[in-house]
Design a protein around this ligand. Structure first.
Ligand SMILES: [Fe+2]
Length: 402
């Protein structure tokens, strides 16, 4: 995120001596993207950040993927993946993989236990909080997050997720193989969010000041490129002291939160296409959101979407609030995910177009990920796939049945 912040204790000039109260030296670490050619931050550690006392494999949750074949639109019910009142599940090891390809993986978890310390060395993560609350503790400081928050965590940021609410926290995890940030067309050439962007820097919440945590022989779970399914693998590094030992940092690379209710929707006289609803982008995918809004006000407008063939993308909608007009009658409800793959035109369910005429407001909330390469089905998708969804536009009629 190219927006400068500073927290805690840093020296007046970079790469110069920064002394502890006892007269020793803090250890400066540059955490930077694209070699030394993009956003970075400088962090000041109490201990040597490279020191490890053990390295061993971490057995990742099931990362297997199978092709979406025969090609079909899919309806997944994330809320069926976890029992009510589930206990002992955490936001890192409890994730269930729904969909993925070589650019991004989408997972869901209902967590009520603190996660282990974790860092994703494959890419940035964007956690969308469907409900509940948590503290995302990071070496940069803490983020208090709740319903409707996107939490963007840069690649290789050591952190953990601690649920804090009376109910478990429900997270939709978008794991990139790249970086995640605002669409470039929203940014000035120097990285400021432009006037036409649907949100601005004031809407982004950075971490609190960092705190130094005591601890000996502390494990960090690392997800990284490797020999496992999908070309990823896990490793545990054990650090002699707690890795949250930063006294200060500054720069333009850090985790942050943004609430979906701060997204100002762009509306028009006739239907606005999904790019008007974009919030973030990564390599080979985009993230859009459909928020409660006034809808199309041309006197002859059709407020639900027209049928569309996304010939270059697979489209994944996560229905996370309100009442989604275009999908009525399809079985889709809170927590549902639809996958509309490239190669199949999709649009409103039968009757939805007619019902929408004259509507002035849609009370709907959905997070959409469009990928530019086909998505495959993870074990979480295979466990909840509603085979009837593919036939919902034909009134449920399927050759060979009934
Ligand atoms: Fe669509």
């Amino acid at each position: 995120m190219p927006y400068y912040r500073s927290a805690g204790s840093i020296p007046p000039k970079r790469h110069t001596q920064h002394r502890t109260p006892q007269g020793g030296l803090y250890y400066e670490e540059l955490m930077g993207e694209e070699g030394f050619s993009s956003d970075s931050s400088l962090l000041y550690h109490v201990n040597i950040p490279s020191a490890v006392v053990d390295v061993r494999p971490w057995e990742l949750p099931d990362q297997s993927l199978v092709p979406n074949h025969p090609l079909a639109p899919r309806h997944l019910s994330t809320h069926e993946l976890f029992e009510d009142g589930v206990t002992g599940v955490d936001a890192v090891t409890g994730r269930r993989l729904l969909l993925g390809n070589g650019d991004v993986r989408l997972a869901y978890v209902v967590a009520d236990a603190p996660s282990p310390l974790y860092r994703n060395a494959i890419g940035d993560e964007c956690l969308y909080v469907e409900s509940g609350a948590a503290t995302v503790e990071t070496l940069f400081g803490d983020l208090e997050v709740g319903e409707g928050d996107y939490v963007v965590i840069p690649r290789a940021t050591t952190h953990r997720v601690v649920p804090t609410g009376a109910v478990p926290v429900r997270l939709y995890a978008i794991e990139a193989n790249s970086h995640i940030g605002p669409p470039k067309r929203f940014l000035s050439k120097y990285g400021q969010l432009l006037e036409h962007a649907p949100y601005c820097e004031r809407d982004l919440r950075g971490p609190s000041a960092p705190t130094v945590v005591e601890g000996d022989d502390v494990e960090v779970l690392i997800k990284h490129r490797g020999p496992g399914p999908g070309g990823i693998a896990g490793t545990v590094h054990v650090y002699p002291q707690h890795p949250f030992d930063v006294v200060g940092w500054d720069g333009c690379l850090y985790p942050y939160a943004f609430n979906i209710s701060d997204y100002e929707p762009i509306t028009g006289r006739v239907h606005q296409p999904p790019p008007a609803h974009q919030v973030f982008e990564g390599w080979n995918f985009v993230i859009c959101n459909f928020v409660p809004r006034k809808v199309d006000y041309h006197p002859l407008a059709v407020p639900v979407p027209y049928y569309h063939s996304n010939v270059d993308s697979d489209e994944v909608m996560f229905y996370c609030g309100g009442d989604y007009e275009a999908r009525k009658g399809s079985g889709i409800t809170q927590g549902s995910i639809s996958l509309h793959p490239g190669g199949h035109p999709h649009g409103p369910q039968p009757g939805a177009m007619e019902r929408s005429l004259g509507a002035e407001f849609f009370d709907e909330l959905a997070v959409m990920v469009d990928t530019f390469r086909p998505l495959e089905l993870g074990e979480g998708a295979r466990a909840t796939d509603d085979a009837a969804y593919a036939y919902s536009w034909s009134g449920g009629r399927r050759l060979g049945e009934g």
